[in-house]
Design a protein around this ligand. Structure first.
Ligand SMILES: C=C(C[SeH])C(=O)N1CCC[C@H]1C(=O)O
Ligand SMILES: [Zn+2]
Length: 597
């Protein structure tokens, strides 16, 4: 039975959700205009829309707080009321809100436009992160050149942003206190709707650390073989500039240096793609076809007409990949500076996962057009990529010859996957353990730079290639720290994606426990309508139900659990333990000496 008050409440939220949808629509349009054409005018226009909407969101939150909607007899009304009364920066007064958005967008503009000088031609200072600097970090094998680009980028994109970052910390702290949170970190944690979240996170990281230590030890050993003891001390922290990525968050650009069985066919997918004339368009078409093969949504025409898929040469764009929902008419877009190689092949699928999620929950009221756990949104595309990057699938699309791996090739394949999935864990963990400490004032401002490197060393055994002090400020060299994007969502996604993968592989008949032919690393769900129905069922709920309920319907579990990840990598973990003891590889590391002791 619906009492009069529930009917009235439903009417109220129906109207407010339509208003909210329109606000989201204009907010993301203005954000997209700035991100795809970084000019001062577009930055100002974006902030004006944000400020106007913040005022309206604050008014709605106040209206709900002064009502009894959060005590409604109707669970859905209660959930909507709780979500719409959660304020972030919108709680600030107009001046503070503007100051905060100016601080964030100034850091973003700097990140999007920073350039560095070439190592080989010091008078050419036009090199951008994507594609120039990233290409050098991926392919150079000269430690001096690698250190040059690492330092140049951190000096240009990080250090000048220290004041903006300090302003950001001050004003987000003020907003959180206005909302009754202890800190901005606690505001972020509430999006996991689980008071136990931080403890689970710490426990999961500790559980996976032994595996990471084995991988770290083996990579350090092989780097030492290649570069010699002066560049890579036997038990030292690994210099990040040697790892093929600006932040050391994935190491698979180094595969040619130390794949376990180099005599086995090492497939360079990039070369094969070039040989077959792959285009950026083709990468996106393959991703689109994968979701359609599952019986899920196709990319709408507006996606192809309005997305920015490659770096334009006539204007500045924020190259960091992102997927956009315009909350209207299935208008969904991707903005990224795609290159044709296996890294971007992964990123394309990662972003298309966001796009599919937007399309699957678009019938929900605006308040529910999101993920119930931030980690879910970052996991969807990665799950598809786990199938796409399998030898079985790469063979099916003609990118490699041999789809059935013998034991040694399987170890090579698992090693390649571990260089992104396992390597990422200490990085994903450190980025927000650092920001939580900053937001909670546990890390004093006088330690903001050295504290960052101390944590990167403690959690991941990596360090800067050159000595750093508090005269430097390195954290804003990472996009998400400039752009106020919470980062533990990616750590959570690296765990959830294997739970999702296992459930979908089972549904697709591609996985059976203890069946050596149907293992998780040899599963490709392409074409499985059963898997597609299950995934669609999961995604279409949006944020309308608690993530534990939705997860239980999807995989039968109610927690974030690394068991599926460990099952996927088990053969590699065993191989690493045997190989490291056979070679006498030292494990573990001490504190970095690249900061003042
Ligand atoms: C591709 C995206 C856009 Se949501 C991204 O930021 N990712 C994807 C994996 C980790 C994280 C990163 O690049 O730091
Ligand atoms: Zn993402």
């Amino acid at each position: 039975s619906c009492s009069a008050s529930v009917l009235e409440a439903r009417r109220f939220f129906e109207l407010e959700n339509e208003q909210l949808r329109r606000r989201f629509h204009e907010e993301f349009l203005s954000g997209y205009n700035y991100n795809t054409n970084v000019t001062e005018a577009n930055r100002q226009a974006m902030i004006e829309v944000y400020a106007r909407n913040a005022e309206l969101n604050k008014r709605l939150a106040q209206q709900i707080k002064s009502s009894d909607y959060v005590q409604s007899e109707d669970a859905d009304i209660r959930r909507q009321a709780e979500h719409l009364s959660k304020l972030g920066a919108s709680a600030l007064n107009a001046d503070d809100y503007l100051a905060l958005q100016n601080a964030i967008s100034s850091m973003q503009t700097n990140y999007a436009t920073a350039t560095v000088c070439s190592y080989t031609n010091r008078s050419d200072c036009s090199l951008t992160l994507e594609p120039h600097i990233q290409e050098r970090l991926s392919h150079s094998r000269d430690p001096a050149e690698l250190a040059w680009y690492w330092r140049e980028w951190h000096d240009k994109s990080g250090t000048p942003m220290r004041q903006n970052f300090a302003e950001y910390v001050r004003l987000t702290r003020k907003a959180s206190q206005l909302n009754g949170h202890r800190s901005y970190a606690d505001y972020w944690v509430q999006f996991y709707e689980d008071p136990d979240f931080e403890r689970q996170l710490d426990a999961t990281f500790k559980q996976l650390l032994p595996f990471y230590r084995q991988l770290h030890g083996y990579v350090r050993f092989r780097l030492r073989q290649h570069y010699g003891p002066d560049v890579m001390p036997a038990e030292g922290n690994i210099p990040i500039s040697l790892l093929g990525n600006m932040w050391g968050q994935s190491w698979n650009e180094l595969l040619d240096l130390f794949t376990p069985y180099p005599e086995k066919p090492f497939v360079d997918v990039k070369a094969e793609m070039e040989k077959q004339g792959y285009t950026v368009q083709k990468l996106f078409e393959l991703g689109d076809q994968f979701f359609q093969s599952l019986g899920m949504r196709a990319l709408p025409p507006s996606f192809w007409n309005l997305s920015v898929l490659t770096r334009p040469d006539d204007r500045h764009v924020v190259c960091h990949a992102s997927a956009w929902d315009f909350y209207q008419d299935s208008d969904v877009r991707i903005k990224m500076c795609t290159e044709v190689d296996s890294h971007y092949f992964y990123v394309v699928h990662h972003e298309l996962g966001h796009i599919q999620y937007y399309l699957q929950y678009e019938q929900q009221p605006a308040v529910y057009r999101g993920a119930p756990n931030p980690g879910f949104h970052e996991a969807v595309g990665d799950v598809i990529a786990l199938s796409v990057m399998s030898a079985k699938h790469l063979k099916a699309i003609g990118l490699i010859e041999n789809g059935r791996l013998d034991e040694k090739s399987r170890i090579n394949q698992l090693f390649k996957q571990a260089l992104s999935k396992i390597v990422f864990l200490p990085f994903g963990y450190a980025v927000d353990k650092y920001r939580y400490a900053v937001f909670r004032n546990e890390l004093d401002e006088s330690q903001w730079n050295c504290g960052f490197w101390q944590m990167r060393s403690e959690f991941g055994g990596v360090e800067p290639p050159v000595f750093r002090t508090e005269k430097d400020f390195d954290p804003p060299a990472k996009y998400h720290i400039d752009a106020d994007v919470e980062y533990l969502r990616y750590f959570a996604a690296h765990i959830f994606q294997f739970q999702f993968h296992k459930a979908l592989c089972r549904k697709a008949g591609q996985y059976a426990p203890n069946n050596s032919r149907l293992t998780l690393d040899n599963c490709d769900i392409f074409g499985s309508k059963a898997a597609g129905r299950s995934l669609s069922q999961f995604l279409s709920k949006g944020n309308s139900r608690h993530w534990k309920e939705v997860l239980e319907e999807f995989t039968g579990e109610t927690e974030m659990d690394p068991a599926a990840l460990l099952e996927y990598f088990e053969p590699l973990y065993q191989w690493l333990k045997q190989e490291n003891s056979r070679l006498g590889v030292p494990l573990g590391w001490g504190p970095t000496d690249k900061i003042p002791s």
